[in-house]
Design a protein around this ligand. Sequence first.
Ligand code: NDP
Length: 485
Amino acid sequence: MAGNYRTNEVGAPSPTDTHSLTVGPNGPILLQDHQLIETMAHFNRERVPERQPHAKGAGAFGRFEVTNDVSAYTKAKVFAPGTKTEVFVRLAGNAGERGSADTLRDTRGFSVKFYTTDGNFDIVGNNVPMFFLRDPIKFPNLIRAAKRRADNNIHDHNMTWDFWTLSPESAHLVTLVMGDRGIPKTLRHMNGYGLHTFSWINADGEIFWVKYHFKTDQGIECLTQAEADRLAGVDPDCNQRDLFDAIERGDFPSWSLKVQIMPFEEAKTYRLNPFDVTKVWPHNDYPLIDVGTMTLDRHVRDHHTDVEQAAFDPGALVPGTGLSPDKLLLGRSFAYADAQRARIGINHKQIPVNAPKVEVRSYAKDGAMRVLPVSDPVYVPNSAGGPVADPARASEIVWHTDGDFVRTAYTLRRDDDDWSQAGDLVRRVMDEPQRKRLVSNIIDHMCDGSGVKEPVLSRVFEYWRNIDPDIGAQVEQEFRARTGS
Ligand code: NDP
């Protein structure tokens, strides 16, 4: 028992592993049993609130290495030729809770934190290149409609289809999720996308609009609905296990980061609104440009410390990178950091997984759980020689805008509509076997639980007819055949 003796939380030897302190062998228990009280009190406080979406995730550390020269578009050091940067990545489900099966038909979160020499830079994306909505004011409703009812606390796909069909801008992503890619085989066999349009600025001060694509080097692999249903029962943590096991055996997963670049001026006249996150930029118009490779090669220290406490923020930007007029992105640049303030506190950036690898010289002070000391001066401006902002170094990306206050949708461009890109996905990208599985997956999803009912049902048929008349007809025919309605 020389060295490996148990201690309490402040390092003193513990008296027991098994017995509470009692008056005689038959009790009662004594209040001064500090070990018992501490044990119960700590257990009662072990859970932090789970994330609203993306509650169940797996994570790993790794590295990002730039393999191409994109300095014509950005001066960001993290994207300078040859640069290597440590990363932390969290890959997660969406609507499911922390204990949900990994194989739900849904989007997956794909979040990357780059610990750059200019501070932390986060790309907080998904495994799909577009989103259900384009206005952040609708976001909480989207998530509520995918989670649980108020009365009986069950998932209800009638509620989900109700919201989707009343929000036609969801059609593109719903089509993708109902297709093969709606259930990735593992977290390694899926792409990641930054979703939004972001901005880059180069050393000459030229601004470009940019979309990030992490293409899996493992290849895309997906599960059929039947395989996913079986795994949900026999191995609900299969995706988490797969990522851990791959790193354990040295089979390090990697992704190739590519970008699409749109010149600043072109955005004003492009046939689609390039800031509408429910659309993609067709590759023919904006081809993918190589940037580098991201490899995950290191386990987290433990799940709670690094994955549960990881905090991503689309507003975490570094010089050379920026936001865009995408309304959902601008909403998220507030909401993500705020969610972490509510979930794990104002000083969550001092938790090691969130802490930058460079010195922090801000004027933030105090707050719950602050662990890094603060020194004077604690205000700015000051005459004590404290740090001062350097706008040239920060290189904030800004653009001209002018107009009345309005509550309205984006101005439509020539090819802006909610159905065309979804139809393109069905008709041009999917082949016939994939289209058959698409219809079958839609019917399965509509029939889950208590099933979709009128008035939602008629709207679902119309929604699919708008995407593709043929698919719409098949969905109605096969739904009626399956349900005898
Ligand atoms: P392309 O015809 O140049 O390429 C097709 C794209 O679709 C590839 O990125 C491919 O990803 C992806 N893809 C292939 N099968 C599926 C599937 N079953 N579900 C979802 N995505 C799939 O594409 P365009 O740029 O002309 O766009 C056509 C349609 O492709 C879009 O409307 C959109 O739905 C979809 N798409 C477009 C993307 C883009 O950024 N332009 C990105 C992803 C999808 P991979 O190469 O990894 O196999």
